[in-house]
Design a protein around this ligand. Structure first.
Ligand code: FAD
Ligand code: NAD
Length: 402
């Protein structure tokens, strides 16, 4: 008799955690496990703002999948998922098709431009390793070009970041360190380059308490960031953002949109029922209509009953969902009841560059400054350690001096 086939789509936090746990929980004769991913590497999505700013080398933020998944237990397929045909239990890849008995859908996030005119065409976005590397290369090109032109446009050295949520502010925190390096490298007066962060809401980082937000804003302003708060972006043209009621045009040579994310577009292509760009799942993380499909990480909403709203999409949520999914797939294979997902919230930290940050951890214990930056590195290093033990930590860990 053939073995049941478990197909995991995506080797981000959720998909990789599920796959690795499945290999620990199941005997080889119990099921075939297949992991499909676009690339032959896993990247730390939580480090992508550093790749985009160029404050770390992109190789530090990625790990070969064959080094962290046992290829004897898992069939690794490097291909692009095009569509899931739920009625046929089939996944269409760019180069082949796969059937499944159980599917774990974990294809992560894409940038959400909320239909803002010109945003998709004219702004760059942090979506994966390649798009983040592109931002870094584009920004550096602007500096090299400026220096090489007879009458360069002054605004070409401006870097415009749209949205001051987590991603926008963390990116700006890296940029304040990177831009002086670029000015130095291309012999440009540092006063000519400007970092401008535009936010529609009345505050940056609304998820943090006011005192931490004030700290973050002042710290970044002191290092040269210009915030435009309460300034909704209504359009993006090749020269910059159109902002506010008076439709002011803020010009820049590098334009990055960090205004929000949604689940993979494969969800929509496959006819999944979407709520604000993601699917709602049952407490055990399965779809109500298709009980052999789990949807994890940034592709699903999981309800937080205490706060009567979904949990925000984060890496720590995605990893914990992977753990319970592996347990639940095993339960289904053995005809046991599944477990409901319970989130263990360890807190949140936002970096403001290499040596600064803010955070709220261990039941609202507040951190700011170097202690928050150190905590962020502990979290980043822990993620590497979980994947590849001390060897990977030594090779790629963050050990910057304070
Ligand atoms: P992802 O990590 O996005 O993984 C998806 C995987 O699927 C990727 O490997 C991708 O290549 C692959 N894939 C996508 N489409 C296809 C396709 N069609 N075919 C094949 N493969 C495909 N969260 C925190 O908790 N803490 C943080 O400090 C933090 N910092 C962040 C910083 C930044 C700059 C960003 C952008 C996000 C940050 N987050 C943070 C959020 C966190 O990164 C996401 O919530 C998390 O990555 C979601 O995990 P996932 O497994 O759902 O998806
Ligand atoms: P977000 O939704 O958290 O923030 C987007 C920001 O853009 C918001 O402040 C929003 O008001 C603003 N915005 C939206 N439309 C706008 C417009 N037209 N004009 C101006 N501003 C506009 O998105 P994100 O920062 O990409 O984060 C996505 C998720 O990833 C979050 O839920 C977060 O939990 C997670 N994340 C976590 C960390 C961390 O824990 N350190 C870091 C990055 C991302």
């Amino acid at each position: 008799m053939s073995k049941p086939k478990i197909v995991v789509l995506g080797a981000g936090y959720a998909g990789l955690a599920t796959t690795r746990r499945l290999t620990q929980k199941l005997m080889p004769e119990e099921a075939d496990i297949v992991l499909v991913n676009k690339h032959n590497y896993h990247y730390e999505s939580t480090w992508l703002h550093e790749v985009a700013a160029g404050t770390i080398n992109h190789n530090q933020a990625r790990v070969m999948l064959s080094d962290v998944v046992n290829p004897r237990r898992v069939d690794l397929i490097y291909d692009i998922v095009v569509e899931v045909k739920k009625d046929e239990n089939t996944v269409v890849l760019e180069n082949s098709e796969l059937t499944y008995d159980y599917l774990v859908f974990a294809l992560g996030f894409e940038s959400n431009d909320f239909g803002i005119k010109g945003m998709g065409e004219n702004a760059l976005a942090i979506e994966d390793m390649d798009s983040s590397r592109f931002i870094n290369e584009h920004m550096e090109y602007q500096f090299a070009k400026y220096k090489n032109e007879e009458n360069p446009e002054e605004h070409s050295l401006n870097i415009l970041v749209g949205g001051a949520g987590f991603t926008g502010v963390e990116l700006v925190g890296e940029l304040v360190e990177r831009v002086p390096q670029l000015c130095n490298k291309y012999d440009i007066d540092p006063g000519k380059a400007h970092i401008i962060n535009v936010e529609a809401a009345p505050s940056i980082l609304p998820m943090f308490d006011e005192d931490l937000v004030e700290y973050a804003k002042k710290s970044l302003e002191d290092r040269g960031v210009e915030f435009r708060i309460g300034a909704p972006i209504s359009e993006c043209i090749p020269e910059g953002f159109v902002v506010g009621e008076d439709e002011e045009l803020i010009k820049a040579g590098t334009i990055v949109w960090t205004g929000g994310v949604k689940g993979s577009s494969v969800l929509e292509k496959s006819g999944f029922e979407l709520t604000k760009g993601k699917v709602n799942v049952q407490p055990d993380l399965r779809l109500e209509a298709e009980e052999n499909i789990f949807v994890l990480g940034d592709c699903s909403w999981v309800w937080n009953h205490e706060e009567d709203q979904p949990y925000p999409p984060t890496a720590q949520l995605a990893v914990q969902e992977g753990d319970v999914t592996a347990r639940n797939v095993k339960a289904l294979l053995r005809n046991d009841p599944t477990d409901d997902f319970v989130f263990n919230d360890k807190g949140t930290v936002a970096s403001l560059g290499m040596t600064d940050g803010i955070g709220s951890v261990f039941n609202n214990y507040k951190l700011q400054g170097k202690s928050a930056a150190a905590m962020k590195k502990v979290v980043d290093n822990q993620s590497l350690f979980m994947l590849g033990g001390p060897k990977l930590l030594l090779k790629k860990g963050k050990v910057r001096p304070f």
